[in-house]
Write a protein that binds this ligand. Sequence first.
Ligand code: NAD
Length: 310
Amino acid sequence: MKIAIAGSGALGSRFGYMLYEAGNDVILIDKWKEHIDSIRENGLIVQDGNNRKIVNIPIFYPHEVAEEVDLVFVFTKSMGLQDMLEDIKPILRENTSVISLLNGIGHEDILKEYLPVKNIFMGVTIYTSGLKGSGHVIFEGSGTIEIQNFTPGDREEKKALQLVGMLNQAGFKAYYSEDVTHSIWRKACVNGAMNAICALLDCNLAEFVSTNQAEMIIRHIAKEFVKVAKEKGTILDENDIVEYILQSSRKVGSHYPSMHQDLIQNHRLTEVDFLNGAVARMSKELGFETPYNTFITQLIHAKEQIIMDE
Ligand code: NAD
C-alpha cells in the first residue's frame, strides 16, 4: 500500500516515520523548503527521549508527486487543509482513502469537496510531537488513535479496521471508534475552552485554571459547544467536560497549548476557525448566537493581525 503524508510537520513526520519504519511504502509531502532540503540532505532526524535516529524517507513538494497513492494522511494545520487537497488533487484517485486526525470540527466538509464520502475516514489522536527545527521531529510521549469510517457500510468499516491494524502494526495504540464524531466534538470542546484563552492571556494551562474566573469562563464556552453539538446530532456532557478540563489542566501544569505555541511563541496563524470559530459559524447557520465563542474568535483574529503586522 502506497501511503502519502500530506503535511509532514510535527505530527505528520511522526506518523510518516513510524509507518515507514514498519515497512510501509511511505512518502512525505510538504511545501516548507528548509524542511524538505534538510530531509533530502540529512534525512529526517527523529528524537524519542534519549534515542535519536536518522531516517531517509522520501519527501516531495505536492507538484512533484505524480503517482497514485492508496492512502493519504492529512496533517496540515486545519486552515491549510483546503490548499493541500487542491495541491494533491492529481494523486487523489477513485479509490484513494483519506484519513483526517486534525484537531477541530468541520474538516469533513472540506474533504467531501475532493473525494467520494466512502473514501473518508475520520479520527482523533492524542499522540503529540514537536519540531526542533526543519528536518528534526521530537516525539512527546505516547497516546491513542481512534478511527471510524465517515459513511456507514460493511466495506467502509472493514477498511477502517484495516487502517487500525496497520497503525497498531506500526507501534501506535489505535482502535476502531463506534462514534468518532462524539470524540472529535469532545476534543474540540476541550481545546476550545482552553487554547484560545491561554493564548489571549499568555499563560499555561495550570496558570489559567488556578484563577477564580477559570471555571466560569470554561463553562460558558463549553455550554455553547454542547448546544451546537446537540443541534448537529452529538450529545456532549457539559459537567463531565468541565470537570475533565479542570482536572487535566491542573495535572499537566506548565504545558502551553498549541494555540499559544502558534500565536504567541511562533507568531503563526491559529486553528481558531475550526474550534471556537466553527461553533460561532455553525450557531449562526442554525439561527442562534454563541457570543462567547464568537468574541473569542474575534479576539484571536485581532491578535493574529497585530502579531503579523509587527
Ligand atoms: P505543523 O504546522 O507542524 O505541520 C503542518 C505541515 O503542513 C507544515 O510542515 C506545513 O509546511 C505543511 N503544509 C501546510 N499546507 C501545505 C500545503 N498546501 N502543501 C504542502 N504542505 C503544507 O502542524 P502539526 O503540529 O503537525 O499539526 C497538524 C494537525 O494535527 C493540526 O490539526 C493539529 O491540531 C493536529 N494535532 C497536532 C498534534 C501535535 O502534537 N503536533 C497533536 C494532536 C493533533
